[in-house]
Design a protein around this ligand. Sequence first.
Ligand SMILES: Cc1cc2nc3c(=O)[nH]c(=O)nc-3n(C[C@H](O)[C@H](O)[C@H](O)COP(=O)(O)OP(=O)(O)OC[C@H]3O[C@@H](n4cnc5c(N)ncnc54)[C@H](O)[C@@H]3O)c2cc1C
Length: 593
Amino acid sequence: MAEYKAPLREMHFLLHEVFAADQLWARLPGLAGAVERETADAILEEMAKLAANTLDPLNRSGDEEGCHWAEGEVSTPAGMKEAYATYCEGGWGALLGNPEYGGMGMPKMLGAQVEEMINSASISFALYPMLTAGACLAIDTHASEALKQKYLPKMYEGTWAGVMDLTEPHAGTDLGMIRTKAEPQEDGSYRITGSKIFITGGDQDLSENIVHLVLAKLPDAPAGSRGISLFLVPKYLVNEDGSLGERNGVHCGSIEHKMGIKASATCAMNFDGAKGWLVGEVNKGLAAMFTMMNYERLGVGIQGLGASERSYQNAREYALERIQSRAPSGPQQPDKAADPIIVHPDVRRMLLTQKALIGAGRALSTYVAQWLDIAKFGEGEEKQHAEGMVALLTPVAKAFITDAGLECTVLGQQVFGGHGYIREWGQEQLVRDVRITQIYEGTNGIQALDLVGRKTVANGGAYFELFATDVQAFIDREGGREEMAEFVLPLSAGLQCLKEVTASLIARAKEDPNAPGAASVEYLHLFGYVAYAYMWARMAAKALPKAGEDDFYKGQVKTARFYFARLLPRTQSLAASVKAGSGTLMDIEAELF
Ligand SMILES: Cc1cc2nc3c(=O)[nH]c(=O)nc-3n(C[C@H](O)[C@H](O)[C@H](O)COP(=O)(O)OP(=O)(O)OC[C@H]3O[C@@H](n4cnc5c(N)ncnc54)[C@H](O)[C@@H]3O)c2cc1C
């Protein structure tokens, strides 16, 4: 397996050249003076070292050993505790946190790239701090001042971790059906009783305390999703002076044995009259939980990206070294028994598909992070605009980057032939690890429904218009550059196709209730390929003038060309599928399946 080397050059290119992040940071009220280019680069370099030297070496052994459960306590594989301690000592848990409670207040654009490196090194490890960061965000946004002061500083330190408890055996996607109960107590707290499953990090031996954010229903709550409230339930109760007190009534009943991310503990949790505190308003828990889930959704997209990059680095190195057969045009290395497999067009197709999907995925996650920063630190109309963009693009980033993640890791495995299927090279682990990203945090099918339904049809395409206007402004700006025509013209055609499909879908949804669901996954992919075309066109616009003088820029331009020639055309078959409507899906009776 190749040694992991963080793609710092690509990250700098995106931050400083494509998105001019320091100009944005300098003008956003909450960020001005807090971060500039040098700080950002230093942070990225530090994480590159931590990821390569401390986290990456644990990925294989963590997969081999997995987590252990005994008498209600979970232990993580050898080395995780020490790595987690190093991570916390470095202050990484505080990176994006609110400075009022000990956070560093850094922008998500930087955080997204830091997260990519952690996930390339180990998705299993990354999950523990990622859930804590999401829980902190929900607490910071919705909890009382007293809860914030009590919990946030320790959670930013990483001394206490955070997790989210939504899923129950009979209620996964449909959270309106949850049964966990919350009974009000005289002292203002609640008694929480019920069972949750699949809780990532529900128990572990990394942190001193675990703060559960739990969805539950009050006794008189309305039925369905409008009757759900959110509660903070610590594993150990916290005394007034901040020290740990009694063990609370929340225990891990077992852990799951699963396909991948084996060093991440997936726990069945029992709440037996556990003491909890309301976060936000009664019956508005789902909205509060969405603060955490939206944060996690981009994070899950970045998991797909991280695994793809790791797989690509291995495949690239292997393709340069493995010799099999001769190049179709004749021997390239006649002194050897065969040529390296990188001479074969099909191996190049696999590597370039990875490289093109990864480059655009990294750009898209940085782009979405940019809108998250404007939504968080901006003001007035600009802030509102950014919130619309985040709402629209979050399901695309989560589902499209993770679907591309499976494609990329499978391609990376394929480059190795049979050696990709056996454990030795690590490629099969990446396929297993990345697979969950298409399922948790709302399946990719549900992300697609969200994009089509709530984010597009429900507002008559208002959010879509924001995105289309942004892409069109780029086309108008760059359309005059002759050398950009090879990118701008197909991007413009792709945008036109997406606009037409969106308009016809909004119209059809009024007459056919099955229309959005029938089109949703293909529509999300169509959207994703056009968004990736926009990202590659933006990267090409910056790389073209320097392509003659520097191999990095040359590589960017050539990859952009591959994307436009070989991957963007996938939109044509997707558009045809979306236009086919719901007829053939709904026509067949259930018993005929
Ligand atoms: C390793 C792992 C870690 C996890 N971590 C957490 C965690 O930390 N916290 C937590 O609360 N949960 C967690 N989960 C749960 C995860 O989020 C759920 O498994 C997921 O949301 C799907 O729910 P489900 O498994 O009940 O599937 P179901 O909801 O039963 O769905 C089954 C299938 O039906 C489809 N479907 C359902 N409803 C619709 C619809 N309306 N339209 C179209 N299709 C539909 C789904 O897309 C899916 O393909 C984790 C799960 C795993 C496996």
